[in-house]
Design a protein around this ligand. Structure first.
Ligand SMILES: Nc1ncnc2c1ncn2[C@@H]1O[C@H](COP(=O)(O)OP(=O)(O)O)[C@@H](O)[C@H]1O
Ligand SMILES: [Mg+2]
Length: 131
């Protein structure tokens, strides 16, 4: 799996690093476990852009198997998993959603079609910038 990131260098912010890394970990583990389950290699790309001095948008994509329309409407629900019985809890994206909307004062949407990978657009706020 290759990961490419397009993020501004030398940008320092005050935020919650534990929760931010939990969001990224959940997305990356899902790409590997679900998205790339039927392929030998995979690509993940991350791109961050500034909206205002203290709000940002993260564009997360993978080129995996994607999500059906029916499942896409449920992925943020607690306990929704397509891997029941093989390690899935269905809690990862629900926790991710709650972290982004509550702790990071932001929003998250997922766009996907079968065979087209996934795209998560995540907006979030930070407490402050450090010059
Ligand atoms: N990158 C992805 N590619 C394809 N399907 C995904 C991806 N991320 C999440 N999903 C789907 O969303 C469901 C819910 O994800 P999650 O809440 O993390 O639960 P879990 O990983 O325990 O199944 C997964 O079971 C899977 O069907
Ligand atoms: Mg998961």
């Amino acid at each position: 799996v290759t990961v490419t990131s397009d993020c501004p260098d030398n940008m320092n912010v005050i935020t919650n690093p534990g929760l931010s890394s939990q969001v990224l970990t959940n997305l990356i583990v899902n790409s590997v476990k679900h998205g790339f389950s039927e392929q030998d290699t995979g690509e993940i790309s991350l791109s961050l852009r500034e909206l205002t001095a203290t709000s940002f948008e993260l564009d997360y994509r993978d080129n995996g198997k994607g999500i059906s329309k029916e499942n896409l409407s449920k992925i943020f629900e607690p306990f929704f998993t397509t891997q029941r019985g093989s390690g899935g809890t269905g809690l990862g994206l629900n926790i991710t959603y709650n972290i982004i909307t509550n702790a990071l004062k932001g929003s998250v949407v997922c766009e996907s079609e079968p065979g087209q990978g996934v795209r998560f657009l995540i907006q979030f706020k930070v407490s402050d910038r450090i010059a």
